[in-house]
Design a protein. Sequence first.
Length: 254
Amino acid sequence: MYEFFESSQFVSVETERAFRFFADPKNLPLISPPESGVRIVRLDLVAPAGYPGLAGEGSEIEMSVRLFPHFPLRRRWLARIEEFEYGAYFRDAQVRGPFAHWNHTHSFQESGAGTLISDIVEYDVGWGKLGNAANALFVRKALNEMFSYRHRATERMLVETTCTKLLPSAIRRFGNRLTRLACPLYWRVPLMLDESCPGAHESNEEDRNLSVSGIHGSLFDQHTCCCRRQDRQPQAACRQDHSQGRHRPRRSAH
């Protein structure tokens, strides 16, 4: 019997940009937890016409991953893109790897001032009752942690790094402190963040240690939407707010 895992994230960028980011397999190691040690060892792209660099239907991505965090034991994982509709969704399936079955559908939907990214994973650990126990004990927890990290990394790469690109190069050359001061001045640019989704700008030790695409997490406080935080309003209410151009962020108690 297959298990299902679902996750969603709102990002304040246009849908096409979010789709192209995820459809480029070279970004996969950058949004994967460092302890998983994801490396791409072989990439056979079947790029859609007019979109070089994207993994269209028939593309194969072979990765090397750690089966257990921080342990040297690694396993090859071969995935194939089975379905691809530009700007809307794509689905990858495991051909060979650690699971008995794995299907992952990535979908992208315009929502208010940005994009709702949804992931649906259909999987089977295998090994019968032993696999069921492993899923209950640590596999599902590992999936939660993996997608939680992916959400934070995606936020930084799609939203915050665009903010630095908008800054004049003369300002960027002065280093992190000045960039940190100047960057909020650009947060009202529609490409970046919309006033309808200010979220909350918070940081913690884990975020400060997050390093993505050569830009260290300490440059910025994290932009956090309520739909990605359990201590904020339910996802359904948050999505409705986004679609209607409203947002009601609530800060958690410290």
